[in-house]
Design a protein around this ligand. Sequence first.
Ligand code: PEP
Length: 256
Amino acid sequence: MRKYIVAGNWKMNNTYDEGIKLCQAIIEKGPELEGNHKCIIAAPYIHLSSLSSLMDGTGYQVAAQNCHEEEKGAYTGEISASMLDSIGVEYVILGHSERREYQGENDAMLLKKVKQVLGNGMLPIFCFGEQLAEREAGSHFELVKSQIEGVLFQLSSVEMEQVILAYEPVWAIGTGKTASSAEAEEMHAYVRALLLEKFGTEIANNSTILYGGSCKPSNADELFACENVDGGLIGGASLKSDDFIALITALQNAKS
Ligand code: PEP
């Protein structure tokens, strides 16, 4: 069954106390999550263990924003998938455009990371999306196809059915510019068609494809109403409890 998800990505924001307060406000004031609706908070490493305890039994779930591609060893400053699993993390964001750009993450590294996450019983939230220049040149479908082929098409069906996808046009991340609902739906439908061709109907229909890029309460209704948009990966608007809760409610209303 397809899951509908609002996932917050705090990025490198919130001190320890600020993060705890924000998480408490979200789980105290946020709606109950019913059926196949999920809410995930991807916090910095310092928060994960505490958030996992705070969220236990609430239906809200915790994600990391990255993990290392190797199992363990001499990688100073890095965190492995098994470490994340050991503190109750359930999802890991992989392939965010900021990591592709600033940390040089490529398909080969991301495939290893996806395998680490799955191998440790967690679920990857795999991000992909084009830069502004690629959209303007009309090569956005080609680019997205290559990002998906380079990583997700290397997985078995059993692995693929656990992956959550997130289309994040880079030109819309943190810029205040959102893809129109027509642009988002067009790309999401395209991605679902790619999944259909490679993995078949069941995986294509059941896969969750999130939209990310300046999604906020004022544009969420329109985006979440799209047939192939199954929720959002939310940066800026996940840092304010009221905005984040409004997005969870918007998704529940759109996909009830
Ligand atoms: C993101 O970083 O994944 C994101 C979508 O950010 P924002 O909502 O701030 O554009």
